[in-house]
Structures are given as C-alpha cells and as structure tokens.
Design a binder for this molecule. Structure first.
Ligand code: HEM
Length: 486
C-alpha cells in the first residue's frame, strides 16, 4: 500500500489517519536519517508504547529518554562470537529432527511447514543466549515447559488483534472491561512474572557468589565489577552491569525494569529472526539456481561448526542474507512522533500547497511520521527496475545510491538507524547465517504450493500465509529432500 501511494504521490506526502491524525510518509533519506538520529525529539507514539507495555512489559523497546539510556544492554562482537556455538547447536538440532522425520517416513522427499519449526528454533536460541534458559521448544515430544506455554499464549494473543483490541488501544478505559483475551493474557503474564522473578533472583545469587569467590569474600560483601563474569547470556550481562558497585545509583535499573527485558528480548529476538529465515527459505525455494550456488559455497567449508568469522567470510551467504533483509524486512515500518518543535531537512525539495519549493518540513503540520522500511528497501530509484526481485548478486555491484540510506547495516533499513536502532542486529545476522548454513547444506528446498498463493501479512513481524487458508495462520509448506551431493 505504501509503495503504491509513494508511486502516486511522490517521495514525501501526508495523509489523514485514524481520528483525523495528520501523518507524513517519507522516503527521503535525509529526512529519515534526521528523524532516526534525533531520537530524543522523535519518539515512539503513545499508542505503540502502550501496546508494547500491555503485551511485553516496560522494557527497552518501550523506554524513552533517560530510562532508555539506562536499559540499553551491550551486544559486543566478542560476545556474539561466543554465542555462535549456541546458534549452531540449535540449527543442528532442527536439521537432525527434519532428517529423522524424513527417515521415518521412508520418503526421499517430504512436505514440511517451516514456520512453526523456525519459530521453535529461534525461541530455543534466544532462551539459551538471552537467559541461559532451555525452552526445549524444538523437542516436539517433550512437555512444553511453563515459560514456553505462557510466552506462546501471549504472542498468540498479540496476533489476534480485532476491532475491540484496536478500540481498546485508542480508548484505554475500555481495557477495564474484562474479556476472555484479557484474562488469558493476565494469567500468562502472571506466570511470566513469577518465573522472571525466580530467574532474576537465581542470577543475582550466582553473580554475587561468583564475585565473592573472586574476591575471596562472602556473598554479602561481594564486590561486583562491570566487566568480569564468566556467563555468556544477555540477561546476566545486563544484571552484572547493573549490580556493579561503581555504577552511580541514578543509573541503576529497578528489578521491574530488569524483569521487563525478559519478554522484550524474547519477542524482539525470536519472531524477527524466525521471519527472516522463513523468507530466506521461501526465496531460495523459488530460485533453484541461487540455492545451488549458495550450497556450493557453504559446502566449501569443511566443518559443521564454522566460527563467526568463517561465516562472515562467505560472500554469497552474506549477499543472500542481506538480500532477504532488504526484500523481506521482518518489520515493514515504524512510526515516530515529535516531542518538541522541529524542522526536518529534505534532500530533494518539495512543492507545498502553494507551489513554493521547500527544503525542509515543519513538524507542526504533522502529528506522526511513518518510516516505511520496506518501501525504502525496495525503492526503484535506488535498486533499479528489478528492485522487487530476489537477486543476491546486486550486493556485488552496489552503486553510490545506497550510501544515502541510513541504516546500521549499509543499504538496508530493516534494523533502522540511530540510537533506537536494533541492538540485536549483529546477533540476528550471525544467528540467521548459522541457520541457513546448516539447513541449506543438509536439504534441497522447493515450493510445495504455487508461489503466487503465498502472501505477506504483518502483525509486529511479517509472516507468510496461504491466500486461500488465511484462517489457518502463518504457514510456508516446503518440499524438503536430503542433499546427497552430485
Ligand atoms: C532479523 C532480525 C531482526 C530485525 C529485522 C529487527 C528489527 C528491529 C527494528 C526495526 C527495531 C526498531 C523497532 C522500533 O523502533 O519500533 C528493533 C529494535 C530492537 N531489537 Fe531488533 N530486530 C531483529 C532481531 C533482533 C534480535 C535477535 C534481538 C535480541 C537478541 C533484537 C532486539 C531488539 C531490541 C531490544 C530492540 C529495541 C531497541 C531500542 O528500542 O532501543 N532484535 N529491531
């Protein structure tokens, strides 16, 4: 829709949204960079924040201003390097399950809906990497553990967003009316809170015990230092930084703030990468030549467990991953509102209603800016006439035009840019590479339904649906055959 509008109305235009709000959509790179880099002036809309808070608590996705600065956990490259083995472990577990299923069926080929499997693999990964917690989601025979059940309930409810939920978002008193959905969410949230508190207490004890052992003191007198700990999970790192004795009191997070990071990491770090990997398998299934070329490169590495640096040295894999992120952005757009008067610069002048050329936009005339991630990623002016096609080769012949696109990953806006860009982007890219590395080496993929039947629907993240089976929820059935070499 936004792409069609941009074709009709140009780079930068306004429209009237729900409740008469004046909304601006722009593809202008200078304007986008300005808004994303000035995150103190341009914040998430209240409605978005309320939605995030209702479902996932007041974590880093929700926070603004000082609270956001305090909550930002670190994702250093060295840390992601250490986590690569977790990504491999779960990618290989998924591979082994699919191989076993094929063997049990005694078939040379099987049809598998990859959507739930990739969701389970990425949930397991964020569980281990995020909290040192084994969700065991890939273990289909095993009992779903309590946290898995509660989290799955909340995400499922988050996807059921009907008219009443929309009305509740706009008129918060409606939230006081209990519904089946609100009761289900409240029960699941209570379980997550209880388990979250347990998690945090256990981790606190472990951090204090480790600090005490290091300083040969008792846990009560332990001196916690910011950069010294042996654990690799994100939550422990955040907690150590937060418990450090030399951290000024006004920068310390409350237990509630630490707790809110659990659902935040779970939702931000699991659905997004699952969506990206799903779309990548879709693109590869649609183009056998690209799939073959990728597999050829992956098989050149003589190990099932390449290091992060080895994975990053594979140029075609890198191009396939970036092309997927470009064409199938998991999050297709985000909104921002101004907290103070501002003037947004433009790279291309714009004619106002009176025909005068303007080089900037006054925010006073608009209520909200929409950053159309997918539109920018697929802009024909940047990527040419074949912008809508999946062509990894384009990443070897980049033109200067991509330099203007603001983004933590050059050329793609999928992780946005600036102080509120995705803090997990390096984590996501390596995880994504590990999954594709393992699966494409082991299997050949083909579409099991007519590709024209697959449509995209966005609900926080974008997932594939079969046009005639929308009510069944997201699905992507693919034909899988073990790769047996040539
Ligand atoms: C393909 C994978 C991913 C994509 C496309 C993606 C995309 C995004 C986008 C667009 C935002 C900005 C949201 C907004 O401002 O409304 C964001 C924020 C965020 N992402 Fe990701 N993400 C991915 C993976 C991850 C992973 C794996 C993690 C954690 C391990 C993560 C953690 C976060 C967090 C905590 C934020 C909030 C940052 C802030 O508000 O300061 N993301 N992500």
């Amino acid at each position: 829709m936004h792409e069609q509008w941009a074709k009709q109305y140009g780079h930068t235009f306004t429209y009237t949204g729900i409740l008469g709000t004046r909304r601006l959509i722009t593809l202008d790179p200078k304007a986008l960079a300005y808004v994303m880099n000035h995150s103190a002036q341009w914040q998430k809309p209240e409605l978005t924040r309320n939605f995030l808070a209702d479902f996932f608590g007041k974590g880093v996705l929700f926070a603004e201003g000082e609270a956001h600065k305090r909550q930002n956990p670190s994702f250093a490259i060295s840390h992601i390097r250490e986590l690569t083995n977790v990504f491999h472990e779960k990618s290989q577990q998924l591979r082994d399950i699919w191989q076993r299923n094929l063997a049990e069926e005694g078939a040379s080929m099987s049809v598998i809906d990859v959507v739930p499997w990739l969701g389970q693999a990425t949930l397991d990964i964020i569980g281990l990497a995020g909290f040192d917690y084994e969700f065991n989601a890939l273990n289909a025979d095993g009992e779903k553990n309590e946290l898995n059940q509660a989290f799955t309930t909340i995400t499922k409810q988050g996807q059921r967003f009907g008219m009443f939920q929309i009305a509740q978002t706009f008129f918060s008193p409606l939230k006081l009316i209990p519904t089946k959905q609100s009761r289900t969410i409240a029960n699941a949230t209570a379980v997550m809170d209880r388990l979250g508190r347990q998690f945090i207490n256990n981790k606190k004890q472990a951090i204090l015990a480790e600090a005490a052992a290091r300083t040969k003191g008792t846990a009560g007198q332990a001196y916690v230092e910011k950069n010294t700990l042996t654990t690799r999970d994100l939550l422990s790192r955040l907690m150590v930084a937060n418990m450090a004795n030399d951290l000024p009191e006004n920068q310390r997070l409350s237990d509630e703030e630490v707790m809110a990071q659990i659902p935040t990491f779970l939702i931000a770090g699991h659905e997004t990468t699952a969506s990206a990997t799903t779309w990548c398998l879709y693109a590869l299934s649609r183009d056998q030549e690209i799939q073959r070329k990728l597999r050829e490169e992956l098989l050149r590495l003589d190990t099932d467990n390449p290091s992060m640096d080895e994975l990053n040295s594979l140029p075609y894999l890198d191009a396939v991953i970036k092309e997927t992120m470009r064409l199938h952005a998991a999050v297709t757009g985000i909104s921002r509102v101004a907290t103070q008067d501002d003037v947004i610069p433009l790279s291309k002048p714009l004619a106002d209603k009176k025909g005068r050329w303007r080089h900037e936009i006054l925010h006073l005339n608009i209520d909200q800016i929409f950053i159309p991630i997918l539109c920018v990623n697929r802009n024909e002016e940047i990527w040419g006439k074949n912008a809508l096609e999946f062509r990894p080769e384009r990443w070897f012949n980049l033109t200067d035009k991509i330099n203007g696109i603001p983004g933590v990953v050059p050329g793609v806006l999928s992780f946005i840019a600036g102080p509120r860009s995705c803090i997990g982007y390096r984590f996501a890219l390596v995880e994504f590479k590990c999954l594709i590395f393992t699966l494409v080496r082991a299997f050949e993929f083909e579409m099991a339904v007519d590709p024209e039947q697959i449509i995209k629907k966005s609900n926080i993240v974008t997932r594939p649906y079969i046009m005639t089976e929308i009510e069944k929820g997201p699905q992507l059935p693919l034909k899988l055959a073990p790769y047996r070499g040539v």
